[in-house]
Design a protein around this ligand. Structure first.
Ligand code: ADP
Ligand code: ADP
Length: 232
């Protein structure tokens, strides 16, 4: 199992108030899977993804990524761990307008002290798949939302992490761009990339090979995608 989420519980405590965001979450993701976690607003999706991404900690339970218990990673090593093990795609892209698209994409490699040659070579490898060749020398403010999300996906996979996480990756996009981004995720998965996406959109979830339905902080149902391809 690439990702193993075991008995995870999360309670937020604020000013005398307690909110149980996750009651009891148990699931795994195998290498090569494309899994969607689907649920309504407030069901705990972002909390779960933030815990898996090491942005937040569970109140109880464990998350194992490549057999590493993420709660044991020290503050000093957590940034490096994320760059090596995880790519994260946000709803709002989180790209920096003051950097060119190319510099945005290469940032995780720069922070990992990779050589210029290694960076150029890796970028050349992934750019055609992502359809971003013509965007590299532009800035984020010069391109569309769908294009920004492609840049963000490039940044998320530039270090070739074993797991790609996406939080409502089509939430800020129109339906045509959403479809293109979902097609891209499906293509990346066909090329072998493991993806875990959270969404409230049934349409988005339908691209995944497996869908977990979450409500009130619990997985209450799970479906596997059929063989028939509805998205050509
Ligand atoms: P979703 O992503 O499915 O919309 P969230 O994980 O954001 O759900 O939220 C799950 C529950 O936890 C909600 O009741 C939400 O109000 C609460 N919650 C989320 N983040 C916090 C926080 N930082 N502090 C307190 N409560 C929170
Ligand atoms: P939203 O999904 O609410 O629009 P974002 O997509 O911007 O928010 O971010 C998703 C979550 O990841 C947020 O809860 C944010 O606090 C968290 N997050 C984003 N970047 C970082 C980071 N570098 N370190 C820690 N937490 C982060």
């Amino acid at each position: 199992m690439l990702l193993d989420v075991k008995n995870v519980k999360k309670v937020y405590k604020t000013a005398g108030n307690e909110t149980t965001a996750l009651r009891h979450i148990d699931f795994g993701v195998k290498e090569g899977e494309f899994v969607a976690i689907m649920g309504e607003s407030g069901s705990g999706k972002s909390t779960l993804l933030n815990i898996i991404a090491t942005f937040d900690k569970p109140s109880q339970g464990t998350v194992l990524l490549n057999d590493i218990d993420t709660s044991t990673i020290s503050k000093k090593h957590v940034a490096q761990f994320r760059r090596e093990q995880l790519g994260f795609v946000f709803q709002d892209f989180n790209v920096l307008d003051t950097f060119s698209n190319k510099d945005n994409i290469l940032l995780p490699m720069v922070l990992s002290n990779k050589s210029v040659e290694a960076m150029e070579s890796r970028l050349n490898d992934i750019a055609p798949t992502l359809g971003i060749q013509d965007l590299l020398n532009k800035y984020p403010y010069e391109i569309s939302g769908g294009q920004k999300q492609r840049v963000a996906i490039a940044r998320a996979i530039i270090t070739n992490p074993p797991l790609l996480l996406a939080d409502e990756p089509t939430g800020a996009l129109d339906s045509k761009s959403s479809e293109q981004i979902l097609e891209l995720f499906r293509h990346l998965n066909q090329l072998g990339r493991t993806i875990l996406m959270v969404t409230h959109s049934i349409q988005a979830a339908s691209y995944a090979g497996r869908v977990l339905f979450i409500k009130d902080g619990m997985v209450y149902h799970e479906i596997y995608r059929g063989e028939e391809d509805n998205h050509q």
